[in-house]
Design a binder for this molecule. Structure first.
Ligand code: NAD
Length: 422
């Protein structure tokens, strides 16, 4: 039989039948096929309603970061992530911040930007004025699309427009500013942008092409600040080493990339645990980091008058509590319950605090003992498992590799052989 990936009507099949087809295509064993179907807490039918062509679910560990004190309130933070050390590092940094009052956060609000691209206008500057003169009409049309959001105090708030030069000529980019309240808002904003498009065409005399939310959520910034005392960090030289590490990131994009990746370890883990859109947050974060035209660290580190380290993080964080998977994924709902958050803004601010904590932990480890020691203990367990260790052999193989400072698959297999032999 010829193997083809062109399977007509794959989407119409029930998940079990899709598994059977994939099994056949990829020569999966019975065990592998049945493992695909056992989706645990998500439920195959729920997963099937979330995306297309579902055949299973891939479980990711869910850990709890402890010690977080944010605006005087204690939080346990659910983090969904496959990478070792992240949860421990966040908890550790949060503990250091406690003695100096924990994290203080704030936000600019929950306004998202919907973009409407208008092309084919001879006099775009004049057309822009014509458009803006009818702002109330456009906002009214936008708000008619979402009476629910409006009844909750949200909705389209403002209209702005820019004329941009592009390789295909000048265009007007109209922007709807929509307060999305507890929703991330992509569906809400996209619906509004599509609905006002005919009006925009009529007023400008141009042709509307794209109508879509921007992930550069500059009207939905979260801010977190924390002080880390010299004592908690391990001395004045550690503070200086962290400042040197930060200066490196601020002056070199190769380092800035990894610096921000460390922040996103914490941010994305909470975004995922709460069923929010990780790609939307990542896109917004990295674009925000490059807003000056040069990619920069998202955090800022300084020494205050007492010689203590002060960290701040400001970044767009468009997360929601309604809509998307936040409401449909059962574990996401439980994560939100564990957090005890009452609004999407509270969630966003917490995530910002986690990002700051994560950055501090990484910088401290890198600027002192190096990141590998802490990382390797957990990594060694994964290597041991991959080498075939089971039960108590996992820890024994891992411990031996860490002791020898040789955390490698070939060594894991050797140690495993030796231990099995004895
Ligand atoms: P949604 O449309 O499912 O929910 C939002 C709606 O819920 C609002 O329009 C409102 O009518 C209602 N609502 C009920 N209670 C509310 C409250 N307290 N606050 C606000 N609204 C309330 O979801 P959404 O948030 O508009 O869109 C999020 C989804 O869009 C995510 O799944 C995301 O992945 C996806 N998406 C993202 C992009 C992008 O980021 N570029 C593009 C397209 C789609």
């Amino acid at each position: 039989m010829t193997r083809t990936s062109e399977i007509s009507g794959f989407y119409k099949l029930p998940p079990e039948e899709r598994v059977r087809r994939v099994k056949e295509f990829a020569n999966l064993t019975d065990d592998e096929a049945s493992l695909l179907g056992s989706t645990g807490s998500l439920g195959l039918q729920t997963a099937d309603r979330m995306i297309e062509n579902v055949i299973g679910a891939i479980p990711v560990p869910l850990g709890i970061a402890t010690n977080f004190l944010i605006n005087g309130k204690d939080y346990l933070i659910p983090m969904a992530i496959e990478e070792p050390s992240v949860v421990a590092a966040a908890s550790n940094a949060a503990k250091m911040a406690r003695s100096t009052g924990g994290f203080k956060t704030s936000t600019t609000g929950s306004v998202m930007i919907g973009q409407i691209q208008v092309v084919g206008i001879a006099d775009p500057n004049a057309a822009r004025f014509d458009l803006l003169s009818q702002k109330d009409l456009i906002l009214k049309k936008a708000n008619e699309q979402d009476p629910m959001l409006v009844s909750l105090g949200g909705g389209a708030r403002d209209l702005r427009a820019r004329v941009i030069d592009t390789p295909r000529g000048r265009m007007i980019i109209a922007e709807l500013l929509v307060d999305c309240k507890d929703a991330m808002g992509a569906n809400a904003v996209n619906t509004m942008a599509e609905a006002v498009a005919p009006l925009v065409e009529g007023l400008t005399g141009g042709r509307v092409l794209l109508r879509i939310i921007s992930n550069l959520a500059t009207e939905r910034l979260m801010r977190a600040k924390a002080i880390f005392s010299t004592d908690a960090l391990g001395g004045a030289e550690v503070v200086d080493a962290i400042l040197d590490a930060y200066a490196f990131a601020a002056s070199d994009i190769y380092r800035a990339s990894t610096h921000n990746k460390g922040i996103m370890n914490g941010v994305t883990a909470v975004v995922l645990a709460t069923g929010n859109d990780t790609r939307a947050i990542e896109a917004g974060a990295h674009t925000y980091a490059a807003r000056s035209g040069r990619y920069q660290p998202l955090t800022c580190w300084e020494k205050n008058g007492d010689g203590n380290l002060v960290g701040t993080l400001e970044m767009p964080l468009a997360v929601g509590l309604v809509g998307g998977a936040t409401a449909t994924h059962p574990i996401a709902r439980i994560s939100v319950k564990i957090l005890g958050v009452k609004s999407a803004l509270e969630l966003g601010e917490i995530i910002c605090a986690v990002g700051l904590a994560q950055n501090l932990a990484a910088l401290r480890a890198l600027a002192t003992e190096g990141i590998q020691r802490g990382h390797m203990n957990l990594h060694a367990r994964n290597v041991a498992i991959a080498a075939g260790a089971e039960g108590d052999l996992i820890d024994r193989v891992a411990a031996k590799m860490v002791e020898e400072r040789r955390v490698r698959m070939d060594r894991a297999k050797e140690i495993l052989q030796q231990l099995k032999g004895t």
